[in-house]
Design a protein around this ligand. Structure first.
Ligand code: 5AD
Length: 349
């Protein structure tokens, strides 16, 4: 069968042409084909990672943002968002709690908030680096200059997450206001790699105006860029954004793309995202079974959780960090996987 041949081709490490990727994606609703794709993707992740799932402690330290992305609940025009910032001490308290729970990667994520000057971020990073020499520090604070990225790296940051959002410039312009461009975004990604970070890119599945061709652009960009991590999750509308009434991305297409990415980049760190867990009660487990190998539970203070609302109905906004982690652990055990206490670095294979 032609679809199985395409999947086998990816599994062997061969590349697919645009037309072949297109044909494959057209079949994402076919149960038999997707089951075969997931099986192959799972086989690859088991080969490299066994049943180990890496966990990252996500600290959402500011929801202020100077950007105005049409899809995001934290956009500056959303005057109804209840804004907050965590102090250095609050961030360090999150790390202490996370470390006790077994987290060995801390992800500092925030909107593009000018309040945190480069030296403040560098100072927070270097304190975490000193206190937790055995942990990885991941930053996710948007577009900054080469020199800023370099300063954070020298302060001890190891990894950086910056989703490219869409690899098609026209699509990028329909998701973002003028002033933000794919060109800049890509330039940042290449800077980060050049400096020596483990870098993550990614996109939203089912983002407004997304087409099959755009998704192929995303996959080809990912193949070319060779990121260490890829974050993808379904688009989910937020009620106070211009995209409030756009449909959400689907579980089926998200799982299908996760599996393709696992086959294209066998060693990549691939999270089963919170957004995936939000559109389906077993979304993250299904993500793992389609080739994902990372989860990123929230370890931010519960008091601010609901305020970091990128999209509606976000899960895990109520529980404490340990409850979040325990529930994930049980979910993973129920499908035969386990959370591991490890930095979970990228391994070249
Ligand atoms: N639905 C799903 N994901 C979203 N993000 C932002 N807004 C939404 C939304 N409405 C994603 C973006 C961003 C990441 C932090 O969250 O891809 O890079």
């Amino acid at each position: 069968m032609i679809m199985k041949n395409l999947i086998d081709k990816l599994f062997r490490g061969d590349t697919l042409s645009r037309d072949e990727l297109s044909l494959l994606i057209e079949n994402h609703q076919n149960k038999e084909i997707s089951a075969y794709l997931f099986e192959k993707a799972r086989q690859v992740s088991l080969r490299y990672f066994d049943h180990n799932i890496y966990m990252r402690g996500l600290i959402e330290f500011t929801n202020y943002c100077k950007n105005d992305c049409y899809y995001c609940g934290l956009r500056k025009s959303n005057k109804l968002a209840d804004r907050y910032r965590l102090s250095k001490k609050e961030i360090l308290d999150c790390c202490a709690l996370g470390y006790d729970l077994g987290f060995r990667t801390f992800v500092l994520q925030g909107g593009e908030d000018g309040y945190y000057k480069d030296r403040m971020i560098a100072d927070i990073v270097s304190t975490i680096r000193t206190n937790y020499p055995d942990c990885a520090i991941t930053l996710s604070v948007g577009e900054r200059s080469f020199d800023s990225y370099k300063m954070f790296f020298e302060a001890g940051a190891d990894r950086y997450l910056l989703r490219h959002e869409t690899a098609n410039a026209d699509h990028y312009a329909r998701l973002h206001p003028p002033g933000l461009s794919l060109r800049n975004r890509k330039e940042c990604l290449y800077y980060l790699k050049e400096i020596g970070y483990q870098v993550g890119c990614g996109f939203m599945v089912g983002a407004p105006f997304q087409t099959k061709d755009y998704l192929i652009d995303d996959l080809l960009f990912i193949k070319e860029f060779q990121p260490h991590m890829v974050g993808i999750g379904p688009f989910i509308p937020h009620h106070d954004t211009p995209f409030a009434h756009k449909p959400a991305g689907t579980l089926e297409l998200t799982l299908f793309l996760l599996a393709i990415i696992r086959l294209m980049l066998p060693g990549v760190l691939l999270p089963a995202t919170t957004a995936l867990g939000t559109i389906h009660p077993q979304g993250r487990e299904l993500g793992i079974l389609a080739g994902a190998n990372v989860v990123m539970p929230n370890i931010s203070p519960v008091g601010v959780r609901k305020k970091y609302l990128l999209y509606d109905h976000k899960i895990c906004t109520e529980e404490e960090a340990d409850a979040c982690k325990n529930s994930l652990q049980h979910r993973l055990e129920s499908i035969g996987y386990k959370l591991v206490v490890s930095r979970g670095d990228y391994k070249f294979i």
